[in-house]
Design a protein around this ligand. Sequence first.
Ligand code: SF4
Length: 199
Amino acid sequence: MSALEDLRKEIVVCTRCKTLVASRTQVVPGDGAEDAPVMFVGEAPGFNEDKQGIPFVGQAGSFLNELLAFINLKREQIFITNIIKCRPPENREPLPYEIQNCRPWLDGQIAAIKPKVIVLLGRYAMASFLPDKSISKVHGTAQKVNGITYFAMYHPAAALYQQSLKETLKNDMLKLGAILADKPDVSETKPQTQQLSMF
Ligand code: SF4
């Protein structure tokens, strides 16, 4: 059995956040290829994800699938998860202690998959990895931190409420495609982050 599958079995019985354990239908650990070159990290499961146990299956998930198609990626070629694996009550925002509780699971998934690029979807995912950055300033750009390349994008759900973000997300996805195809040489900066000049 793979390290990722071992991890999944532990995650689905996690009880670290008492409030979320009481309100969730099931844990949504993540979905996709164990050797995915790119990993997408969102905020938290929503209503549909909680029911089905799979991340990004609602309207935002459909839009993400459309965006992936722009760069000829299919869902089964990527790995997708969230910074917390259980749906918050009434879809409220994740609380700091919930994000902290769940971080070892996310770190374990990253260690098992070893993706070339981690795409941070929305401000909560970005704040977890690039706390000194603003999504409005760095979306569509890659930053290399301690050997890992991060690429920030708005959360696809944001475009469902703000139509103008659809074009922004599409353009940013095309930039991600260029990074995955060209494998640009990203110079590493420790511990600070460095924005790629190609954008
Ligand atoms: S959110 Fe994460 S840490 Fe909290 S109960 Fe769910 S799986 Fe466990």
